[in-house]
Design a protein around this ligand. Structure first.
Ligand code: SF4
Ligand code: SF4
Length: 352
């Protein structure tokens, strides 16, 4: 169902949402740094960024999260839950790549063997208002990674910026609740035509040439390849790419003890950290950056497809933009393709 929201009604619309929901949206914390965050006032919302630096996963899977607290009462420890999600939530302005990434996290955190209530309680309480990406960046390759700057998949409502108004599409049961919202009006054929036009232009701007097709099989042949000797060389192991990646979901759990109690906390972790895979014995099966870079690439493009049938990269481009040494994951994918061709032709393999 298609409707329209005039921009003069945008802030009153947000204000009305805040009466019923906790509202999360892109906010500029300091100049140039944008994150998804719960807002207290509609003026905080900033939709001018193509995509916030930190991905939407943080709303469901915070960088640091107390799993429970405990207190010493007499001779006993009393456990206090921290899990409550008191109100329904809305995320406004999520980009299609981040929404696609959350659908991957949904599979991980609601697996067959166990479910993660910390993630799922927040996820189930949330309505997603997706926002079409009218101006993809040169680093965006969602079209290669199974997405599109106008993909509606996973959005309950979907907004397309038409200049003076938003075209509003209602896609799911959660979205249809807004069918009679007083700020939404009828949309005309000309506005729908304009939205279609924007969509075609945006799709042309994203890079659809990154060869992810067949990468799982190519990597099957490359576990012990010389390829890894070279591919990691630039990387300084800062881990920015994994923390900012919307699909990376590794975490570590630790207890923080206080005098009369404490809390159990989980924090984002990264396979690029030297200590990440160190065992209690002191042995580390990934002792150098070579093995850690291999793990990052293999997990996204080989192990994840084996477990879930799709790659764990949505082409958002964050790891390319924010890497201090310009490690470009698209280039690494292209190199795997070049090596596969050589193997097929029976040619001598050389480093990339
Ligand atoms: S952001 Fe770049 S330098 Fe930092 S860990 Fe990732 S690839 Fe390595
Ligand atoms: S690997 Fe890079 S491009 Fe792919 S989803 Fe993660 S941050 Fe985005």
């Amino acid at each position: 169902m298609n409707l329209k929201l005039h921009k003069k009604d945008f802030k009153p619309f947000l204000q009305s949402l805040m009466g019923e929901y906790d509202l999360f949206a892109p906010v500029q914390l300091i100049e140039g740094v944008s994150v998804y965050k719960q807002i207290d006032h509609p003026d905080e919302v900033d939709l001018t960024f193509p995509n916030p630096q930190k991905p939407m996963k943080e709303v469901f899977f915070p960088q640091s999260e107390a799993m429970f607290r405990y207190e010493r009462v007499g001779k006993q420890n009393q456990v206090i839950s921290t899990e409550e999600v008191k109100r329904k939530r809305i995320i406004l302005g999520a980009r299609p790549c981040d929404i696609q990434a959350v659908s991957l996290l949904d599979e991980v955190f609601s697996g067959k063997e166990y479910t993660d209530s910390y993630y799922l309680n927040k996820r189930n309480a949330t309505t997603i208002i997706g926002m079409a990406c009218g101006h993809p960046l040169s680093t965006c390759f969602c079209s290669s990674a199974g997405g599109s700057p106008f993909s509606r998949k996973g959005s309950d409502l979907f907004f397309i910026d038409l200049g003076e108004s938003f075209l509003v599409e209602l896609h799911t049961e959660k979205g249809m609740i807004f069918q009679k919202n007083k700020f939404f009006t009828e949309v005309g054929a000309e506005e729908i035509r304009l939205a279609k036009n924007f969509e075609e232009k945006a799709i042309q701007k994203t890079d659809a040439t990154v060869p992810v097709e067949g990468i799982e099989k190519r990597l099957d042949l490359m576990v012990e390849s010389q390829f890894w000797d070279r591919v990691h060389e630039k990387c300084i192991g800062c881990r920015v790419c994994t923390y900012l990646c919307p699909t990376c979901h590794c975490f570590d759990i630790m207890d923080e003890a206080l005098t009369q109690g404490g809390q159990r906390v989980r924090n984002w972790d990264s396979c690029l950290s030297p200590l990440y895979s160190q065992e209690t014995s002191g042995h580390n099966p990934r002792p150098t950056n070579r093995e850690r870079t291999r793990q990052r690439i293999m997990h996204k493009f080989n192990y994840f497809p084996k477990n879930f049938g799709r790659i764990a990269c949505v082409g958002c481009g964050r790891c390319i933009i924010y890497c201090p040494v310009h490690f470009d994951i698209r280039q690494a994918i292209h190199w795997t393709s070049a090596r596969r061709l050589k193997i097929q032709r029976g040619e001598q393999l050389t480093n990339p």
